[in-house]
Ligand binder design. Structure first.
Ligand code: CAA
Length: 284
């Protein structure tokens, strides 16, 4: 499928990443169905998309009226309705392999046979996800970054079975969204998470060891290395639970350097998940 044929996109999962992906697709003129099992999550997602689109319109960064962009996003709790007629299905559900496998297994029985399936996984195997979809050549990783409307990168992950046509369509899709893509081989953590997670992991270990306060560790990287955000602020933005899941996977696949710090586990158990729960390494 060529990108000119991608007109309708289904985004499965209306969390932080899902609603951002739905937004950038709608902003570039695509029809989007945003699917989630929770109506409350969908309502919250649409509210966030509206707020973000209004912010961009007020700054003149998009030329259309916010309502025109919003009109291209339909929310639904039905998986069948979300993917009916979709040319591209992008999954953005939590970082659990069983969840992603079962979602795509079900989607493969309902989506058009020509549809491309994309996973927004940060670290899991695209090749494994592709294996049971009945279309392994048309499965690819499309790894977006938070906040999706602002971050320029789209990391395209080529699984063992991903075809050249699917990679070409993904590259063209990325450019249509205004993103600057890279293509990487399917290897745990790809090019981004492998490096980003190791920094976050070490920063949490340094908090455990009392090396410095979270604010000073973040300041060290912002002022000393010109990172836009410190690794602990970034962990709060991404979600401590999300980062824990990625670390667990990379620990199993790549070794000890990714062993999740005990402090991170404790904080997740205490419900301190970062910005989304009101507290992580900082209070919001
Ligand atoms: N929608 C629209 N605009 C938004 C926005 C959103 N959701 N979020 C931020 N912005 C805009 C702001 O309005 C602001 O616009 P102007 O410059 O026109 O005023 C601009 O983005 C910058 O925002 P702020 O001024 O509020 O703050 P900032 O300059 O500190 O930037 C940031 C915020 C863009 C988040 C920046 O701190 C940053 O780049 N941080 C690092 C983010 C990062 O590393 N993300 C990757 C996380 S890892 C991941 O997502 C993948 C994974 O696998 C989990």
């Amino acid at each position: 499928m060529s990108t000119s044929e991608i007109r309708a996109v289904a985004v499965l999962g209306a969390g932080t990443m899902g609603h951002g992906i739905a937004q950038v697709c709608a902003q570039s003129g695509l029809q989007v169905r945003l699917g989630d099992v929770s109506q409350a999550q969908l309502d919250a997602a649409l509210g966030k998309v509206r707020a973000s689109v209004e912010k961009l319109a007020a700054k003149g960064k998009i030329s259309e009226a916010p309502d025109a962009v919003l009109a291209r996003v339909q929310a639904t709790t039905s998986l069948g309705h979300a993917i009916e007629g979709a040319d591209l299905v992008i999954e953005a559900v939590p970082e659990k392999i069983d969840l992603k496998l079962s979602l795509f297994r079900e989607a493969s029985t309902k989506a058009p046979p020509t549809a491309i399936f994309a996973t927004n996984t940060s670290s899991l195997s695209v090749t494994e996800i592709a294996a049971d979809t009945g279309r392994p050549d048309r499965v690819v990783g499309l790894h977006f970054f938070n906040p999706v409307p602002v971050m320029e990168l789209l990391e395209i992950v080529r699984g063992l079975t991903t075809s050249d046509e699917t990679v070409e369509a993904s590259l063209a899709f990325a450019r249509r969204l205004g993103k600057d893509p890279i293509v990487v081989r399917d290897w745990p953590g790809f090019a981004t998470s492998r490096l980003g997670i190791i920094l976050g992991c070490e920063a949490i270990r340094m908090v455990e060891q009392g090396v410095a306060s979270p604010a000073d560790i973040d300041k060290a990287m912002k002022l000393g290395y010109r990172h836009p955000m410190g690794p602990l602020e970034l962990t709060d933005l991404v979600g401590l639970d999300v980062r824990l899941h990625i670390m667990e996977h990379l620990h199993a696949e790549l070794g000890e350097q990714f062993r999740p710090p005990a402090l991170l586990r404790q904080m997740v158990r205490a419900g301190k998940l970062g910005r989304k729960s009101g507290e992580g390494f900082y209070r919001y």
